[in-house]
Design a protein around this ligand. Structure first.
Ligand code: CP
Ligand code: NVA
Length: 308
């Protein structure tokens, strides 16, 4: 596999092997440092949207592996505007050994991959967020001691890019997935079709619901994300009127298994999709989850750019 564009492109075995590599790299890093698997290599990080976690974790990940990362912000390349995506991809591939891109239109990251001779990693598009999905599976893998099969993961909120990647990683790795979203805020039908076909192969289930209370029954993990994603800012008011019943709060959490964990990709809008009480409570994995972006993405970098 040259690129990392979607969880759906990878087999369950490949995903598990990335989780095992992430685990190894994390332990190695914490006990003195990683081998310089990417010595002399460079990653271009192309951002059309803001970022804290993706930008810093990729940059530090490259540094830990002995390589270099180059940040290219939204005002610089003018992807598809100042210059065609095909030209950007072919030029960058002559300078660097890998490209990480955060884009609006998913088609743009696909085009970059099509035209680039070096690996392309999707750092979030309007359609999906595979680095987040892989990293979240790694957080669950650590928390549940490597036993992912049969867990029930429940996403409450907007059927967005993060929901799509989470559904796919659950379906691949045999975790049951349920989503509760308001009517009209479903995941794209095409993504659900892929997820359902994958779940049928792994023996897991996907439940598409509108009632958060019904969804979280027996949950091992409750996950939420912003009600208004980057690029949807003009819908924020309308969404704020629709989504309050989908807040992850203590009452909702009390309906899941007592051992359930709470997850959020961050940035969080506290008091909206999640309360402080839950975000900072004993069941929250929010910060280990954010920190694990570093380790999961290092596995992707080491595999695609270093052959690990
Ligand atoms: N979760 C996530 O991708 O965060 P950033 O937008 O800060 O990169
Ligand atoms: N769904 C959010 C995720 C941010 C990491 C967005 O796209 O803005």
């Amino acid at each position: 596999m040259k690129d990392f564009l979607a969880i759906a492109d990878y087999s369950a075995d490949e995903l598990m092997s990335l989780l095992e590599l992430a685990d190894k790299l994390k332990k190695e890093h914490q006990s003195g440092g990683n081998q310089p698997l990417l010595a002399g290599k460079a990653l271009a990080m192309v951002f059309q949207k803001p970022s804290l976690r993706t930008r810093v974790s990729f940059e530090m990940g490259m540094q830990h592996l002995g390589g270099h990362a180059l940040y290219i912000g939204p005002s610089e390349i003018g992807l598809g505007q100042r210059e065609s995506i095909a030209d950007v991809a072919r030029v960058l591939a002559g300078y660097v050994d890998g490209i990480m891109a955060r884009v609006f239109a998913h088609e743009h990251v696909l085009q970059l991959a099509e035209w680039s001779e070096v690996p392309v990693i999707n750092g979030l598009s309007d359609y999906n967020h595979p680095c987040q999905g892989l990293s979240d599976a790694f957080t669950l893998y650590e928390h549940y001691k490597g036993k992912l099969e049969g867990l029930k993961v429940v996403y409450v909120g907007d059927g967005n890019n993060v929901a799509v990647s989470l559904m796919n990683v659950c379906a691949k790795l045999g975790m049951h997935f349920a989503i509760a979203n308001p009517e009209g805020y479903d995941m794209p039908a095409e993504a659900v079709n892929v997820g359902q076909a994958t779940a049928a192969e792994s023996g897991s289930t996907i439940a598409l619901l509108t009632d958060p209370k019904e969804a979280v029954a027996e949950a091992d993990a409750i996950y939420t994300d912003t009600w208004t994603s980057m690029g949807q800012e003009e819908e924020a008011k309308k969404r704020e009127a629709v989504f309050p019943p989908y807040q992850v709060n203590a009452e909702l959490l009390s309906l899941a298994k007592p051992t359930a964990v709470v997850m959020h990709c961050l940035p969080a809008h506290r008091g909206h999709e999640i309360t402080d009480e839950v975000a900072d409570g004993p069941q929250s994995l929010l910060f280990p989850q954010a920190h694990n972006r570093l380790h999961a993405q290092k596995a992707v970098l080491a595999r695609l750019m270093g052959g690990a």
